[in-house]
Design a protein around this ligand. Sequence first.
Ligand SMILES: NC(=O)C[C@H](N)C(=O)O
Length: 331
Amino acid sequence: QAKPQVVLLATGGTIAGAGATAANSATYQAAKVPVDKLIAGVPELAQVAQVRGEQVFQIASESFTNEHLLTLGKRVAALVKQPDVDGIVITHGTDTLEETAYFLNLTVHTDKPVVVVGSMRPSTALSADGVLNLLNAVTVAAARDSRAKGVLVVMNDEIHTGRDVSKSINIRTEAFKSPWGALGMVVEGKGYWFRAPAKRHTMNSEFDIEKISALPQVDIAYGYGNLNDIAYRAFAAKGAKALIHAGTGNGSVAAPVVPALRELRSQGVQIIRSARVVGGGFVLRNAEQPDDQYDWVVAHDLNPQKARILAMVALAHGADSKALQRMFLEY
Ligand SMILES: NC(=O)C[C@H](N)C(=O)O
């Protein structure tokens, strides 16, 4: 029987990184190894799927822009329509991997598996984690039981939904965590599933990458003690259509900043309260601040960087504050 056909879209990152010596696990250059070499480096892939590669970008993921998101999303959307494609794997730097995975989860209409993968150590390091991560990602992308689960992230033997997962530490191979838990595991070439995502995604999403030609500017301002309104006003002055407040605790807003946010809202800027807490936020409407009165939005459990992605996609589809709030609870 013919093997499933998986397309590997390479974008760079540490999984394509190279260091000076095998002892360099943290000091290296990202985005060096081309896609053909990545595939050739894991001969076991051929036992799982017919894998063909495309080099979409060769960058470190901290340098991803909205244009990179659109280019990648449109390529994935085109490929999943082809009958000779059973699944997609995207190799990606880990720094913004969670943003790209969530963006694709929101905007690409497919039930075929789309799996985003990276590594914490460069390919040249002793005990490099990218090889097994890549084999596991292709295993998940090739499997029929991975369908209709939205965009997935496979790292460190775990399968996560691209919606929930976040990079939680920058020095361990066990770096990716979902506040509500992983969906499954990959062990010795087989996926084991324990739960499915409850939020709207891919096939059931009202957003469509094919209808998005540009993403609006949305910026994130960080909450901390002794807070002032400089960053919020500066982002708005430079064209931000929405501001994500990476708030303390429950997405709380320091008293000296409230007037600025109310003023910016009256000028049309959407104000979205999220939480900067590490383990996963949970921001409720009208708790901490009177969101109904101020016409603000809460990001609920989305962290600030994921809130930025949803806000951009929602605004690109013409959402007002009421629609935005619905979307933040549904996606
Ligand atoms: N581990 C990594 O991939 C980090 C790298 N800076 C990147 O995101 O491209």
